[in-house]
Design a protein. Structure first.
Length: 255
């Protein structure tokens, strides 16, 4: 544990901060060990598996994040488009919505991360592999029909939470043209006045952002705003879909 905390890129922590980190990581590991057998029981029974969502919601709470929601997530045939601030966005949004994710194929290079992501039906795409675009679109469409909802972070990276970066439309290829019955739902992840302290931006090491949240004494307050969904077909191209989703999140942030 101490060796991990001293990895390059991680800032020094107080003794109480390191103890808090150690306790939370141990609690997450215990939760994972408890969920794995149940996950495979549900999978063998070919039932809808609630364990990934419950595990990710548990990780969020163990990390000290207290989630509130406004609006209702669309759970059947929905593409959720959300702003991206920190690693905690992923378990928090999955726990609140039950959505799987579209993620960059680079995550699959870590066997542990890839295994955990696949448990939650993550779809890995290679953004720069033009030769496999058609196959990736079919993967996304299949996942939409099987999981009910997929979430993406169309900014393509994390931001400081106070300004919304332009939305990239590459991951919306599956909505061009939109499959029947699919809606797009903008989502604003709102960390309130603490957002600047939590955001993973600039040259900060990924491990450092992970530990920053785990070391906090004060809870993180996150409000997930599920905004009004819209049908992508009348909107037009995937670029127009991304632009409209961004406009609606900006409007919510301004309000």
């Amino acid at each position: 544990m101490t060796a991990a905390i001293r990895l390059e890129g991680a800032r020094p922590r107080s003794l109480t901060g390191r103890l808090r980190i150690g306790f939370r990581i141990a609690a997450m590991a215990a939760l994972l060990l408890a969920c794995i057998p149940l996950y495979y029981v549900w999978r063998a029974a070919r039932l809808h598996n609630p364990l990934p969502r419950r595990f990710l919601a548990g990780v969020t709470r163990i990390a000290g994040v207290r989630v509130q929601t406004t609006g209702q997530p669309t759970r059947h045939g929905a593409f959720l488009l959300a702003n991206h601030v920190s690693w905690i966005d992923i378990p928090a949004l999955a726990g609140a919505s039950g959505a799987a994710f579209v993620a960059h194929s680079g995550l699959a290079e870590s066997r542990l991360l890839a295994w955990l992501c696949r448990m939650n039906d993550t779809v890995f795409v290679a953004r720069h592999d033009r030769a496999s675009v058609h196959r990736q679109v079919e993967q996304v469409r299949t996942a939409l029909s099987e999981t009910g909802a997929l979430a993406i972070f169309p900014e393509g990276t994390t931001s400081d939470g106070t300004a919304l970066l332009p939305f990239k439309s590459a991951l919306l290829s599956a909505l061009d043209p939109p499959p029947p019955g699919i809606v797009a739902q903008p989502v604003w992840l709102d960390y309130g006045p603490d957002v600047a302290r939590l955001a993973w931006i600039g040259e900060e090491h990924g491990l450092d952002n992970f530990l920053t949240i785990l070391a906090r004494r004060r809870p993180v307050r996150l409000t997930i705003h599920f905004l009004e969904p819209f049908e992508p077909a009348p909107t037009g191209s995937r670029k127009a879909i991304a632009a409209l989703a961004r406009e609606r999140i900006l409007a919510a942030m301004g309000a």
